[in-house]
Design a protein. Structure first.
Length: 286
Protein backbone atom coordinates (compact mmCIF):
# COMPACT_ATOMS: atom_id res chain seq x y z
CA UNK A 1 0.00 0.00 0.00
CA UNK A 2 1.23 3.51 -0.79
CA UNK A 3 1.45 5.65 2.33
CA UNK A 4 2.00 8.88 0.52
CA UNK A 5 -0.76 11.60 0.34
CA UNK A 6 -1.89 13.56 -2.51
CA UNK A 7 0.99 16.06 -2.18
CA UNK A 8 3.47 13.18 -2.21
CA UNK A 9 4.41 13.51 1.48
CA UNK A 10 4.88 10.55 3.73
CA UNK A 11 1.97 9.99 6.06
CA UNK A 12 2.69 8.83 9.60
CA UNK A 13 1.40 5.41 10.49
CA UNK A 14 -1.64 5.74 12.72
CA UNK A 15 -1.66 3.99 16.05
CA UNK A 16 -2.74 0.39 16.00
CA UNK A 17 -6.33 0.21 17.08
CA UNK A 18 -7.31 -2.00 19.97
CA UNK A 19 -10.18 -4.34 19.93
CA UNK A 20 -12.27 -1.70 21.72
CA UNK A 21 -11.37 1.00 19.24
CA UNK A 22 -8.89 2.90 21.45
CA UNK A 23 -5.42 3.48 20.19
CA UNK A 24 -2.67 1.43 21.77
CA UNK A 25 0.75 3.02 22.11
CA UNK A 26 3.72 0.84 21.37
CA UNK A 27 6.36 1.10 24.18
CA UNK A 28 9.97 0.03 24.07
CA UNK A 29 10.92 -3.24 25.84
CA UNK A 30 12.54 -3.17 29.33
CA UNK A 31 14.11 -6.62 29.10
CA UNK A 32 17.64 -5.17 29.00
CA UNK A 33 17.10 -3.27 32.22
CA UNK A 34 15.60 -6.36 33.95
CA UNK A 35 18.50 -8.57 32.96
CA UNK A 36 20.95 -5.98 34.25
CA UNK A 37 19.09 -5.81 37.63
CA UNK A 38 19.07 -9.57 38.03
CA UNK A 39 22.79 -9.70 37.26
CA UNK A 40 23.52 -7.02 39.90
CA UNK A 41 21.53 -8.87 42.55
CA UNK A 42 23.27 -12.15 41.74
CA UNK A 43 26.62 -10.42 42.03
CA UNK A 44 25.70 -8.99 45.41
CA UNK A 45 24.55 -12.43 46.62
CA UNK A 46 27.86 -13.97 45.52
CA UNK A 47 29.83 -11.28 47.34
CA UNK A 48 27.68 -11.78 50.44
CA UNK A 49 28.16 -15.54 50.33
CA UNK A 50 31.92 -15.07 49.92
CA UNK A 51 31.93 -12.85 53.02
CA UNK A 52 29.84 -15.31 55.03
CA UNK A 53 31.96 -18.35 54.09
CA UNK A 54 35.04 -17.41 56.24
CA UNK A 55 32.72 -16.45 59.09
CA UNK A 56 31.04 -19.87 58.94
CA UNK A 57 34.44 -21.61 58.93
CA UNK A 58 35.54 -19.56 61.96
CA UNK A 59 32.32 -20.45 63.81
CA UNK A 60 32.91 -24.16 63.12
CA UNK A 61 36.51 -23.92 64.34
CA UNK A 62 35.47 -22.16 67.56
CA UNK A 63 32.73 -24.73 68.15
CA UNK A 64 35.20 -27.59 67.61
CA UNK A 65 37.68 -26.03 70.05
CA UNK A 66 34.95 -25.59 72.68
CA UNK A 67 33.88 -29.23 72.24
CA UNK A 68 37.49 -30.43 72.61
CA UNK A 69 37.97 -28.35 75.77
CA UNK A 70 34.75 -29.70 77.28
CA UNK A 71 35.72 -33.29 76.44
CA UNK A 72 39.21 -32.84 77.95
CA UNK A 73 37.72 -31.28 81.10
CA UNK A 74 35.28 -34.17 81.47
CA UNK A 75 38.10 -36.68 80.94
CA UNK A 76 40.29 -34.91 83.52
CA UNK A 77 37.49 -34.91 86.08
CA UNK A 78 36.77 -38.56 85.36
CA UNK A 79 40.45 -39.50 85.71
CA UNK A 80 40.76 -37.56 88.97
CA UNK A 81 37.70 -39.30 90.36
CA UNK A 82 39.05 -42.66 89.19
CA UNK A 83 42.41 -42.03 90.91
CA UNK A 84 40.66 -40.93 94.09
CA UNK A 85 38.58 -44.12 94.09
CA UNK A 86 41.69 -46.25 93.55
CA UNK A 87 43.46 -44.48 96.43
CA UNK A 88 40.46 -44.94 98.70
CA UNK A 89 40.21 -48.59 97.68
CA UNK A 90 43.94 -49.01 98.41
CA UNK A 91 43.53 -47.51 101.87
CA UNK A 92 40.51 -49.70 102.55
CA UNK A 93 42.46 -52.78 101.47
CA UNK A 94 45.37 -51.63 103.67
CA UNK A 95 43.11 -51.27 106.68
CA UNK A 96 41.45 -54.63 106.05
CA UNK A 97 44.84 -56.29 105.56
CA UNK A 98 46.21 -54.70 108.73
CA UNK A 99 43.10 -55.68 110.70
CA UNK A 100 43.50 -59.24 109.48
CA UNK A 101 47.21 -59.31 110.37
CA UNK A 102 46.45 -57.82 113.79
CA UNK A 103 43.78 -60.38 114.54
CA UNK A 104 46.00 -63.25 113.36
CA UNK A 105 48.96 -61.91 115.38
CA UNK A 106 46.87 -61.22 118.46
CA UNK A 107 46.51 -57.43 118.14
CA UNK A 108 47.90 -54.67 120.36
CA UNK A 109 47.05 -56.28 123.69
CA UNK A 110 48.62 -59.56 122.65
CA UNK A 111 51.74 -57.81 121.35
CA UNK A 112 52.22 -55.95 124.58
CA UNK A 113 51.69 -59.17 126.51
CA UNK A 114 54.50 -60.62 124.40
CA UNK A 115 56.86 -57.78 125.35
CA UNK A 116 56.24 -55.14 122.66
CA UNK A 117 55.77 -51.46 123.51
CA UNK A 118 52.45 -49.89 122.50
CA UNK A 119 52.50 -49.37 118.71
CA UNK A 120 50.51 -46.59 117.11
CA UNK A 121 49.80 -47.87 113.60
CA UNK A 122 49.79 -44.91 111.17
CA UNK A 123 50.51 -46.52 107.81
CA UNK A 124 51.73 -44.32 104.98
CA UNK A 125 49.65 -43.87 101.85
CA UNK A 126 51.12 -46.16 99.16
CA UNK A 127 53.44 -44.16 96.89
CA UNK A 128 56.74 -44.61 95.07
CA UNK A 129 58.69 -42.22 97.33
CA UNK A 130 58.15 -43.66 100.81
CA UNK A 131 55.91 -46.71 100.59
CA UNK A 132 56.47 -48.57 97.33
CA UNK A 133 54.63 -51.70 98.54
CA UNK A 134 57.46 -53.97 97.45
CA UNK A 135 57.18 -57.26 99.39
CA UNK A 136 59.87 -58.46 101.78
CA UNK A 137 60.25 -62.15 101.07
CA UNK A 138 62.13 -62.87 104.29
CA UNK A 139 63.20 -60.69 107.21
CA UNK A 140 66.88 -61.26 107.99
CA UNK A 141 67.85 -58.10 109.89
CA UNK A 142 66.59 -55.33 112.17
CA UNK A 143 68.38 -52.02 111.47
CA UNK A 144 68.64 -49.16 113.98
CA UNK A 145 68.79 -45.57 112.68
CA UNK A 146 68.67 -42.07 114.14
CA UNK A 147 66.58 -39.28 112.60
CA UNK A 148 69.45 -36.74 112.38
CA UNK A 149 66.81 -34.14 113.28
CA UNK A 150 67.25 -33.20 116.95
CA UNK A 151 64.06 -32.63 118.91
CA UNK A 152 61.72 -33.96 116.21
CA UNK A 153 58.85 -36.25 117.23
CA UNK A 154 57.85 -39.68 115.96
CA UNK A 155 54.69 -38.42 114.29
CA UNK A 156 56.46 -35.48 112.61
CA UNK A 157 58.96 -37.88 111.06
CA UNK A 158 56.12 -40.12 109.96
CA UNK A 159 54.38 -37.13 108.38
CA UNK A 160 57.59 -36.18 106.58
CA UNK A 161 57.60 -39.62 104.96
CA UNK A 162 53.93 -39.19 104.05
CA UNK A 163 54.51 -35.81 102.40
CA UNK A 164 57.21 -37.20 100.12
CA UNK A 165 54.40 -38.50 97.92
CA UNK A 166 53.68 -34.82 97.16
CA UNK A 167 57.07 -33.12 97.45
CA UNK A 168 58.99 -35.95 95.76
CA UNK A 169 62.15 -34.61 97.40
CA UNK A 170 63.64 -37.98 98.21
CA UNK A 171 62.97 -41.68 98.59
CA UNK A 172 63.18 -42.42 102.30
CA UNK A 173 61.07 -44.02 105.03
CA UNK A 174 61.14 -46.44 107.93
CA UNK A 175 58.93 -49.20 109.24
CA UNK A 176 58.87 -47.71 112.75
CA UNK A 177 59.76 -44.41 114.41
CA UNK A 178 60.45 -44.26 118.16
CA UNK A 179 59.75 -40.85 119.72
CA UNK A 180 61.24 -38.79 122.53
CA UNK A 181 58.53 -39.95 124.96
CA UNK A 182 59.00 -43.57 124.02
CA UNK A 183 56.00 -43.59 121.65
CA UNK A 184 56.25 -45.94 118.69
CA UNK A 185 54.63 -45.12 115.34
CA UNK A 186 54.44 -47.76 112.63
CA UNK A 187 54.61 -46.37 109.09
CA UNK A 188 54.94 -49.47 106.92
CA UNK A 189 53.79 -53.09 107.40
CA UNK A 190 56.64 -55.46 108.19
CA UNK A 191 55.70 -57.42 105.06
CA UNK A 192 56.74 -54.48 102.84
CA UNK A 193 60.06 -52.82 102.07
CA UNK A 194 61.01 -49.37 103.38
CA UNK A 195 63.58 -46.94 101.97
CA UNK A 196 66.02 -46.82 104.88
CA UNK A 197 68.89 -49.28 104.74
CA UNK A 198 70.07 -49.13 101.12
CA UNK A 199 71.17 -52.56 99.88
CA UNK A 200 69.52 -54.23 102.88
CA UNK A 201 66.08 -52.73 102.25
CA UNK A 202 65.00 -56.00 100.64
CA UNK A 203 65.30 -58.06 103.83
CA UNK A 204 65.47 -55.59 106.72
CA UNK A 205 62.99 -53.97 109.10
CA UNK A 206 64.12 -50.43 109.91
CA UNK A 207 63.63 -48.47 113.15
CA UNK A 208 64.24 -44.70 113.22
CA UNK A 209 64.91 -43.26 116.69
CA UNK A 210 64.38 -39.64 117.73
CA UNK A 211 67.03 -37.88 119.84
CA UNK A 212 67.03 -34.63 121.82
CA UNK A 213 70.32 -33.09 120.64
CA UNK A 214 73.13 -33.13 118.11
CA UNK A 215 75.01 -35.97 119.84
CA UNK A 216 72.43 -38.43 118.57
CA UNK A 217 72.22 -40.21 121.90
CA UNK A 218 68.76 -41.59 122.68
CA UNK A 219 67.12 -40.47 125.91
CA UNK A 220 65.90 -43.11 128.39
CA UNK A 221 62.33 -43.29 127.06
CA UNK A 222 63.46 -43.65 123.44
CA UNK A 223 66.16 -46.15 124.35
CA UNK A 224 63.79 -48.34 126.39
CA UNK A 225 61.14 -48.49 123.65
CA UNK A 226 63.74 -49.12 120.94
CA UNK A 227 65.16 -52.06 122.91
CA UNK A 228 61.70 -53.54 123.55
CA UNK A 229 60.55 -53.07 119.95
CA UNK A 230 63.74 -54.60 118.52
CA UNK A 231 63.63 -57.58 120.86
CA UNK A 232 59.94 -58.25 120.16
CA UNK A 233 60.55 -58.12 116.39
CA UNK A 234 63.44 -60.56 116.82
CA UNK A 235 61.11 -63.05 118.54
CA UNK A 236 58.49 -62.66 115.84
CA UNK A 237 60.92 -63.29 112.99
CA UNK A 238 63.25 -65.78 114.72
CA UNK A 239 66.28 -63.47 114.81
CA UNK A 240 69.04 -62.93 117.35
CA UNK A 241 71.26 -59.95 118.20
CA UNK A 242 73.78 -60.90 115.49
CA UNK A 243 71.05 -59.83 113.09
CA UNK A 244 70.51 -56.47 114.80
CA UNK A 245 72.57 -53.95 112.83
CA UNK A 246 73.20 -50.24 112.44
CA UNK A 247 72.77 -48.31 109.22
CA UNK A 248 76.54 -47.83 109.51
CA UNK A 249 77.11 -51.58 109.19
CA UNK A 250 75.56 -51.54 105.71
CA UNK A 251 76.85 -48.31 104.16
CA UNK A 252 79.44 -46.84 106.54
CA UNK A 253 77.13 -43.89 107.17
CA UNK A 254 77.44 -42.22 110.60
CA UNK A 255 74.04 -43.59 111.68
CA UNK A 256 72.96 -43.93 114.41
CA UNK A 257 75.57 -41.27 115.15
CA UNK A 258 76.12 -41.74 118.91
CA UNK A 259 76.19 -45.54 118.61
CA UNK A 260 78.71 -45.42 115.76
CA UNK A 261 81.02 -42.94 117.49
CA UNK A 262 80.69 -44.82 120.81
CA UNK A 263 80.98 -48.55 120.05
CA UNK A 264 80.67 -49.45 123.76
CA UNK A 265 77.22 -47.83 123.83
CA UNK A 266 76.22 -49.97 120.85
CA UNK A 267 77.46 -53.17 122.49
CA UNK A 268 75.49 -52.29 125.63
CA UNK A 269 72.38 -51.72 123.56
CA UNK A 270 72.76 -55.07 121.84
CA UNK A 271 73.28 -56.70 125.25
CA UNK A 272 70.08 -55.10 126.53
CA UNK A 273 68.24 -56.31 123.43
CA UNK A 274 69.52 -59.87 124.01
CA UNK A 275 68.28 -59.80 127.62
CA UNK A 276 64.89 -58.50 126.47
CA UNK A 277 64.64 -61.27 123.86
CA UNK A 278 64.99 -63.85 126.63
CA UNK A 279 62.33 -62.05 128.70
CA UNK A 280 59.98 -61.97 125.71
CA UNK A 281 60.41 -65.65 125.02
CA UNK A 282 59.51 -66.34 128.64
CA UNK A 283 56.42 -64.12 128.32
CA UNK A 284 55.48 -66.00 125.17
CA UNK A 285 55.99 -69.38 126.86
CA UNK A 286 58.75 -70.42 124.48
Amino acid sequence: MNNKGKAGKTVKKSPRPSHNGRPVSVKGTSSGKNISGISDRAGRRKKSSRKKKPQNILKHIVLAVVIVIVVLAVCALGYGFFEMRIEQSGLEIDQQSWSQQSSEGGGQEQWQAEGAPYIDVELLTPNSYSRPQIPIEQVNYIAIHYTANPGSTAISNRNYFENLATTQDNKVSSHFVVGLDGEVVQCIPTSEMSYATNARNVDTISIECCHPDETGQFNDATYSSAVKLTAWLCTRFGLDTDQVIRHYDVTGKDCPKYYVENPDAWFRMKSDIAAQIQTDYELQGK
